[in-house]
Design a protein around this ligand. Sequence first.
Ligand code: ADP
Length: 196
Amino acid sequence: MAKETSFDTAELLLFMGPPGAGKGTQAKLLCEARGLEQLSTGDMLRSHVSEGTELGKKAKAIMDAGELVSDDVIIAMVQAKLEEMQPVRVLFDGFPRTTAQAEALDELLAEASLKIDSVILLEVNEDELVERLLQRAQEQGRDDDTEEVIRNRMKVFHTQTAPLIDYYGQKEDGIKAVDGMGDVAAVSERIAKVLS
Ligand code: ADP
């Protein structure tokens, strides 16, 4: 039976997975179902870029190359967002992406006596990932969805973000791996199941 969700108590979920795994799409659905706010550091950075803020100006070139924006900038952005949330009901999407970010998040949460309820890893094979991202490039025209940048983002994921699978896997609550292949509805059902 599905666990009761009360929208006035804290809940923190974390989505991990390579670029193109469908984190953003699934995050939106899950947030609607559970009354969570989606905290996508990628979306936050893209807002800065489109608004032309100082941060956005600095981040653009890094994002266009498929590299990671500095940990300090990202952590400050997330901290500011968490501080304005009451209760903290959040789905982290695309954060943390480095061990330093994960450690900083642990500290922030410990200070607020909060903890991550579930870490979900969306798994999709690499050929499918590249295909999905190239398709998205045609539909949305994101500047970082060219084949060369996509390959670099994959590399960055494997070197800088994949170690977090172990980082969270070793914690008491572990990590919930979900097969991200197939259509959106099938994947969201699998996610709901591991959370029930
Ligand atoms: P995707 O998951 O499809 O790669 P995102 O929207 O999550 O896309 O991120 C786009 C870009 O924004 C990344 O390639 C990176 O440059 C930057 N970015 C997003 N989140 C982070 C983060 N937590 N740390 C560092 N850079 C980030």
